[in-house]
Design a protein around this ligand. Structure first.
Ligand code: OGA
Ligand code: MN
Length: 282
């Protein structure tokens, strides 16, 4: 087993040192990383030199990888890789999300079996801007007053990719829209591996809570969003080339800041699905 060093980030997350992700690792090392990922919500590996097959091979140690519905932004050689970029090739963007702000969201929460995690690898970065912030929705849930926890019990919310795309992302084709209908999930998600509870709503993907009048749903969502984006729950990541950042989509949400459109940013992402035997959030 590699002797990895786990150093907490503030106010949550952890940097893992002493490991190169482009080599093979034994099951004990992967298990230690998996534990750190679930425990800290966000884990950072700096100074990596990964080609596309390295990113896919390492990510696949943690679960089945999703092929994103936005086929036009996938790597040609590795469809498990989604390019996140404002770089253009022959007049067409090679990646998704451009150079604008991207509001708070979970990745692939609109799937019936929502994503467990994502890994984002930084290839090319602008001189400034484009930071990615993460909110600790497990910590935010645990710190809620007991009366609010009781109020949330049994509630479900709508997760809508169409809602997200209307504000923060490029429009989908009709076929892509049909492939990603709205779904509902519990407002409090139980982590399929740790059993820890976390808020599972976000401003980008969640238009409403089911079975509540619209004004009540809006007020409750706004109250929860104001709570979980307080600075004590938010880690802001300033990227360096060679950073590989892996986050837990069951216990965190993220947003990205804008950057200068004259600069280039190229990131490569995998999306990790939950284990099949515990497919549905409970
Ligand atoms: C993502 C995403 C943030 C970023 O890839 O899921 O939200 O920093 N990207 O580009
Ligand atoms: Mn995202």
């Amino acid at each position: 087993m590699s002797s990895i060093e786990i150093r907490p980030l503030q106010p949550f997350g952890a940097e893992i040192r002493g490991i190169d992700l482009d080599t093979d690792h034994d099951a004990a090392t992967i298990a230690a990383i998996r534990r750190a990922w679930a425990e800290h919500g966000v884990i950072l590996f700096r100074g990596q030199r990964l080609d596309e097959s390295d990113i896919v091979r390492f990510s696949a140690r943690f679960g089945k990888l999703e092929i994103h519905v936005r086929r036009e932004y996938l790597s040609r050689d590795h469809p498990e890789l989604l390019l996140v970029s404002n770089v253009h090739d022959n007049g067409r963007p090679v990646g998704i999300l451009g150079d604008h702000e991207v509001g708070w969201h979970h990745d692939q929460s609109y799937l019936p079996r929502p994503a467990l995690g994502s890994l984002l690898y930084a290839v090319t970065l602008p001189a400034g801007g484009g930071n990615t912030c993460f909110a600790d929705l497990a910590g935010a849930y645990e710190a809620l007053p007991p009366a609010m926890k009781r109020r949330l019990e049994g509630l479900r919310a709508v997760h809508s990719y169409a809602y997200f795309n209307g504000t923060w992302s490029e429009p989908t084709s009709d076929a892509q829209a049909r492939a990603t209908p709205d779904v509902t999930h519990p407002v409090v998600r139980t982590h399929p591996e740790t059993g820890r509870k976390a808020l599972y709503v976000d401003p980008g993907m969640t238009p409403r809570i089911c079975d509540l009048p619209e004004d009540e749903s809006r007020a409750l969502l706004d109250e929860l969003f104001a709570w979980c984006t307080r600075p004590e729950f938010v880690y802001e990541h300033r990227w360096r080339p060679g950073d590989a950042l892996m986050w837990d989509n069951a216990s965190t949400m993220h947003r990205r800041g804008e950057f200068d459109p004259r600069e280039q940013r190229l990131m490569k992402r995998t999306t990790i699905l939950p284990p099949a035997e515990r497919a549905v959030p409970v």
